[in-house]
Design a protein. Structure first.
Length: 115
């Protein structure tokens, strides 16, 4: 399994605050619906209706997940008329979601095939 190379590593030894915040962010990513929403937002900004269609969850659940992501500072919102448009806050989160999915791809491709 290939993870990021050493030159992509964190430049200094993280402190307790960094570990705590990183654990909080990873816990938010640990939910399948939230991860699906973040993946969709990595492709393009979208409103709740579009995100509900893309992730297949119920609209109230999608709204609750988006609220958690917004409160955690992982997504931004802006108004477009009556619609609220969501977007990822930054490229770091996009790369984190991509890496999580890459690890999953590698794990799935490394599974032994049973007849």
């Amino acid at each position: 399994m290939h993870l990021s190379s050493a030159h992509d590593a964190h430049p200094h030894s993280p402190g307790e605050e960094q570990f705590a915040l990183a654990a909080e962010i990873l816990a938010l990513l640990g939910d399948r619906t939230r991860l699906t929403l973040l993946h969709a937002l990595a492709e393009s900004e979208a409103d709740v209706t579009t995100l509900t269609e893309r992730c297949g969850a119920a609209r109230p659940a999608v709204s609750q997940h988006l609220a958690r992501l917004r409160l955690a500072g992982l997504v931004n919102t802006r108004k477009e008329g009556r619609r609220v448009i969501y977007s990822l806050r930054d490229g770091h989160l996009r790369r984190l979601v991509d890496e999580a999915l890459n690890v999953a791809d590698h794990r799935l491709s490394d599974r032994p095939v049973h007849d």
